[in-house]
Each structure stands twice: as C-alpha cells, then as structure tokens.
Design a protein around this ligand. Structure first.
Ligand code: DGJ
Length: 725
C-alpha cells in the first residue's frame, strides 16, 4: 500500500507489518523511517535537523542543507555528501558531480518488469503496488527514476533505479547502486556469509564499526566468497526475536553490499553492482537499468527474516512448472563415476536408481566432445559416440519406461582452449588483445556480451532439448574472471563487459525458460559459487556445495538458509567415507541432512547393500510424500553447529498441519546431558502424532520441552514427522 501526502511531500509504503517513509525537502529525496508498521499520518517530525555541520559543506552560503547529515534515498557524489555515494558519474565536461532533485512521481498497481533483468514479480490479484520517483540533475540532465514495489502480503519491498541521459552528450556511470538506505543508528551486528569452494556461506556476525564494511565480489559472478546480501541485526536479535534489516540483490554478477557507520552514529547501507571494473557509457537518450534489490525488515529475528525471504522467493521469484512443488528425486553421476562411464554403466546405475524409486538420472560431465577429464571440449556440445554409441536414445527409453527422467550436465558459458569451438573462434572468449589469457580449470570464459556467442549457447542447449531426450539440465560455471575484455566493444565500452555478460546470460536463460517450460534447470558453480536471487529466477535450484559431507553440510546449509529457501538448495546423499573429507557417517544421517533441500543421491546405487537399498526405497517415499511441505513450509533453525555440538531444524507446513524435524549429533560426550529438542512453529493448541513412533504430543509440549534426543552416537541423527491429529 502506497500513500502519498502531497501537502508535505511524504511517501509512505506499507506492508502488512512494516512501513518505509520518505519525503522531499528542498528537492532532495530524504529517508524518514523504516521499521514496524505505522498508521498513516505525518511522520516528517521524525526527520529532526540537528544542524550538525562539523567540517561538512553547507549549501546556499551556509543557509541551506548539510547533505552530509541528511538521510538520502539515492545520494550522489560531488555536492557535499561525503559518505559513500549511490551514484558516481563522469559528466561530459569531466566533472564528477551529480545533484539529483525531485521532479515528479507516479503510483501504479502491480509491478513493472525490469528490462533484461531478473526480478520479483506480482501476479494478478496480488496486493502489490509501485511508486516511481523521478529525480533530475538540472545541469547534466541526467534523470534517475527510483522504483519501489511494495509486496504487502510478503512484507517485502523491492527497489531499483533507472538512469536516463536527457542531455546532449554521453556521460559515464562509474557506480549506480540499486538501493541506499540511511538508518539513523549504527549499533548493529552485521551478519554476512563468507566462504570458498566447498565451504560456502559460512555465517559471521560482527559489530558494525564506524567505517565501511563491504561484502563484495569482483569474480565475474556472485561468487563463493561473499553472498550478495547484507543483514543488520540489533545486538540483542537472535533467531526468534529482535529487529533485523536485510537487503539482497537479484543479480548474479559482481556485487557490492556495504554498511558504513558514520560520524554521527548513523549507518548507510548500499547494495548494487560492484563499481570496481564497472564503467557504463550512457549516450543521449539511453537508459541504464540497475539490478533489483529486495528489502526486508522484521522484529522476529533472523528466523523471521528468513521466513519472509523464503516465502517471497518460493512464490514470487521462482517461476515455472517447479515453483512451489517438490523436485524429482535424482541420481547424479558425478561422485558415482566421475568421467569413468560408458552406456552400459549408465544403463546399470540408471536402471538400479529407477528400481529404488528415484525419478531422474543426471549424467554429470563427460558425455560430450572428447571429454575424459577437465582439460578439453567445453564448447563442443555434441555427444561422444565412443562412450555413448546410441546417444541418449537407449538410456532415455529405458529410464522413461521405468518412469524416470534423464538429465545432463552443461557448462555453456565456458570454452576449452582444446576444443573445436576455440579453434574456430579464438576471439569468442573474454580477453584483452596483446595480453595472455589466464585459464581456470583449463578453461576460458565465453564472451556473453556478444549476441553471436549467446545464440551459439542457446542453440547448443536447445538442439539437445529439442530431441525430447532431456528432462533436466545442470548448468555449471567453473571459474572466475581475469583479463575481462570483448573483441566486439570499442575501448570506451570495455567497462560494460561484465554487466553485458549477465544481460547476455539472462537473455539466453529467458529464451530457454520460455521455449522449454517443462525442463528443470539446476544452477551450479563449483557447487554454490553463483547462488543468488538472480539465477533462481531462471533456475529454481542450485547445487549447494561440492562438499557433500553431511556434517560439513550442516554449516553450509544453515548459512545458505538465511536468505534462500530449502526448495532452492540441492542436497544429495553421497558415499561414505565421504569423497571430500573422509568422514564416515551413518546412512540415515546423510539422508536426514540431504533432505533439507531438493533431494537426491550422488553415489553408485549398484554398490549399496540390500539394507541400504531398502532404506533408499523407503526414504524416497518419504520425500515424495512430504516434498511439497519441505518446499513451501516455514523453516526454523533450532540448533546451530556453529555454536553447539549438534544441529537441528524443522519445517512446518504453512497451515501447521505437518512438521518435519531433524536433530544431528556432531559430538559425543562421556556423560551426555539430558538432551531434548523444542520444536517451533506448531499450533500450540493442537495435538500432533509422530508418524514414525506413533507417540502423541500436544503442540505446547512440543514447543515447551520438545522431544527427547539420543546423544550417544557420533554423527547420529533423528527425524520426526509430526502430523496434526
Ligand atoms: C563442478 C560441480 O560443482 C560438480 O558437481 C560437477 O558437476 C563438476 N563440476 C563436473 O565437472
């Protein structure tokens, strides 16, 4: 709901539980308030002017505003706001000043799409409306349209900016954030994710300092290192209560998410494309659209924040056939056979998987070109007939007869120097003439800023999908950037390459999404190196990590769940000892942990014992029965292996009729305490039956004391499925 009071030039955006308020004063768009829901009214008294000038410049001969002390919605460099700017411009005269002042505004129902970019969407009948505020620099004639879409029922606000050059000469954008929020306090903890390959999205919680804390990627993707979100939590906020502000970016490229504690104990939060390496030449009449940022405020702690993001991502970001529904139980061949397979082996493991109740065989890598290891063939997307003489025909036929689908791995954005494609098109990769081309995993990145390259990628994937033999694609991306340059762009546009790369990638993915609506896409980047809301718009799930060890996954999945719903996290039961760590873990623990997500196996099923096979069949049935609850339910982090010798969580159906809870013991002690696990999110006035043991409990017993837990075995785990009676 959006209320504009034109008498006082105040804009009030209301969701079910929050309000976000701005006003215009002396032409500047000021931030007034963001927090718990306000009744409509005049809130401008909240913007007290304290006249703090320090050494900061003051406009209009010291009678005007002190920009350095005003909370601004889209601050610019050059006129006296000396904090980090949202907008940095080089004007045609070489100056770097921007001075954006209010021009007009419009309010509309629903939400417009962002040209060429992924974004949250509204459906017919949704309580969603959009405010657009136009600002203009009257000297350069650069216009800035700030968009705010209010998803009332989801407690979510999305923002982005569109910059239009109305002047007569080209100017250059050196930074254009998606959102800025100036908050008038800085006594927060910053909660962020850090990580690397096989150790993604570790949680770190640190007090915000006076100074800038930035979580960024210059990797050519959102990256393993810092996920594109920033959370500001009140010092006392925990999982279940306390004030939390969070911003995430709907973008897969280089990002910068920062919080800056200021001289007057306020805080500026910026979210957007990373300005390092970004320069966008904006010709007369041209528009630059920033990616979208999604903003959440809650008083229900980090768990409450996650519930908001999870519901919004599940319902209004993910699209297509698999939105809100469980994904097929799959067998991925990577850790089962790596590059060592032929048709007979695939038929064996595929047929065994189908007999055990699995629903998809994914041939991961090695099926194309001359690919027997990772040194060659990326780009040569034709089937290797010496391994698969009948192509996918026989495998697909056998699987379909058993009610199972076929998936294949692709890495379409890459090119191996040892490939027919590279020999034919050596200029199709990102490179800078006259400089060496650095390889990562023996491969270069294709230049997706080029339309011809995008067409090639589309056609490579589409031609295989058109055969009707492929039901699923795992889309991988296995290196970060160096020597970014495009052979097609002139020197003054080379700073645009990485963003154009993502516009190209998104255009390919959009075409595939529209042309092959029944195909399930999974994204991957050495596991979870490109796990973001941008990619989830096109592919509803991401391979969470190449680390498939159930115990290591506890922290990875816990960190990932801060923003991303279980439906988007792929979890596989892999072999024991685990291939990455050597941990020996019971089968049921591997299953219980993998079930926290879109579920499958990553082992050779023909090598399982009879008992394990029985377990696989039974558990596949559990996933099929409760998969929709796991996808759409509210996820509660109950115990954290970051701070305790255990991990526990539960997923509760939105109508509270079912709850799946898991406890994993990560450490055995000589005299274990009397451990019990309290469950959150249930109807405390109802009664529940544990469908596995038959025990009955009241909702209040489960919430108050919970269920007793066995602490006697290392890496043991328990799962309970409570159904309302
Ligand atoms: C990296 C992925 O993360 C793995 O799961 C696997 O697909 C390999 N690539 C295949 O090369």
């Amino acid at each position: 709901m959006i209320t504009v009071n034109e008498n006082i030039m105040q804009f009030q955006l209301d969701t079910a539980h929050t309000s976000y308020v701005m006003r215009v004063k002396e032409g500047f768009l000021e931030h007034v308030y963001w927090g718990r829901r306000l009744a409509s009214g005049d809130h401008t008294y909240m913007r007290r002017e304290l006249g703090r000038a320090s050494f900061s410049p003051r406009m209009e001969n010291c009678r005007g505003p002190i920009l350095d002390d005003i909370p601004l919605e889209y601050p610019c460099f050059g006129r006296g706001d000396l904090r980090s700017p949202a907008l940095e411009v080089i004007n045609p005269d070489g100056s770097d000043i921007a001075d954006l002042r209010y021009v007009s505004h419009t309010v509309s129902e629903g939400k417009p799409a962002l040209a060429g970019l992924p974004a949250f969407y509204a459906e017919k009948g949704d309580n969603v409306s959009t405010l657009c505020i136009k600002l203009r620099d009257r000297v350069s004639m650069l216009e800035c349209d700030l968009y705010y879409s209010v998803f009332y029922d989801y407690d979510l606000i999305t923002r982005h900016a569109e910059l239009v050059n109305r002047g007569e000469n080209a100017l250059t954008l050196e930074g254009a954030a998606s959102a800025c929020v100036d908050i008038d306090r800085c006594d927060f903890d910053i909660v962020s994710n850090y990580g690397t390959h096989e150790k993604e999205r570790m949680i770190e919680r640190t007090p915000l300092v006076h100074g800038k804390m930035e979580f960024a990627s210059r990797r050519g993707s959102s990256g393993h290192e810092h996920n594109p979100f920033i959370i500001l939590a009140s010092r006392s906020a925990d999982e279940f209560k306390g004030e939390v502000y969070a911003l995430t970016l709907v973008y897969s490229g280089c990002h910068s998410m920062s919080a800056e504690g200021g001289q007057y104990d306020s805080c500026r939060v910026l979210a957007g494309i990373n300005p390092d390496g970004f320069r966008w030449r904006l010709g007369p009449g041209e528009t630059f659209v920033t990616p979208e940022a999604a903003l959440v405020h809650t008083e229900d702690g980090l768990g409450g924040m996650s519930h908001i993001f999870h519901r919004a991502i599940n319902d209004r970001l993910i699209r297509g056939k698999y939105r809100n529904s469980r994904r097929p139980v799959l067998l991925n061949s990577w850790e089962a056979v790596y590059f060592r397979f032929d048709e007979e082996k695939l038929m064996d493991i595929g047929s065994c998987a189908a007999d055990l109740g699995m629903e998809m065989l994914v041939i991961d890598d090695g099926w194309f070109g001359r690919r027997d290891d990772d040194h060659s063939s990326l780009g040569d997307w034709y089937i290797n007939r010496s391994k698969l003489p009948n192509g996918f025909d026989n495998i697909h036929k056998m699987l379909h007869e058993k009610g199972c689908g076929l998936g294949i791995w692709f890495e379409p954005e890459m090119i191996s120097p040892d490939s027919d494609l590279y020999r034919a098109h050596p200029d199709w990769c990102l490179h800078v003439a006259g400089r060496p081309r650095s390889e990562g995993r023996h491969q270069l990145m294709l230049d997706l800023s080029r339309p011809d390259v995008c067409d090639y990628i589309y056609e490579s994937v589409a031609s295989l999908l058109r055969t009707g033999n492929v039901d699923y694609i795992k889309w991988d991306f296995n290196r970060n950037v160096a020597e970014v340059g495009s052979a097609l762009l002139p020197p003054e546009k080379q700073g645009e390459v990485l963003h154009r790369y993502y516009l190209g990638l998104y255009s390919v993915l959009e075409r595939l999404h529209n042309d092959f609506p029944d195909v399930l896409f999974e994204s991957c980047s050495g596991g979870g190196g490109r796990y973001d809301c941008g990619i989830l718009y096109y592919m509803p799930q991401t391979w969470t990590s190449d680390n498939s060890d159930a115990i290591e996954r506890l922290k990875i999945q816990y960190g990932t769940s801060l923003i991303y719903p279980l439906s988007s996290m792929t979890g596989h039961v892999s072999a024991s000892p685990n291939h990455q760590t050597g941990h020996v873990t019971p089968f049921d623990t591997r299953f219980n942990v993998a079930l926290t997500g879109s579920f499958g196996y990553e082992l050779d099923p023909t090598k399982l014992t009879d008992e394990e096979k029985r377990f696989v069949t039974e558990t596949a049935a559990i996933y099929k029965k409760y998969g929709d609850t796991l996808v759409n339910g509210d996820y509660y982090r109950l115990r954290s292996s970051y701070t305790e010798d255990c991990a526990a969580w539960c997923v509760v159906a939105r109508d509270k009729s079912v709850c799946i809870a898991v406890y994993v013991n990560t450490h055995v002690r000589v005299y274990p305490r009397n451990e019990h696990l309290a469950i959150r999110g249930l109807d405390e006035n109802a009664r529940y039956r544990d469908t596995r043991s038959g025990a009955e409990y009241s909702g209040s017993q489960l919430a108050g004391y919970g269920v007793p837990v066995d602490k006697n075995h290392e890496y043991s785990s328990e799962m309970w499925i409570f159904e309302k009676i």
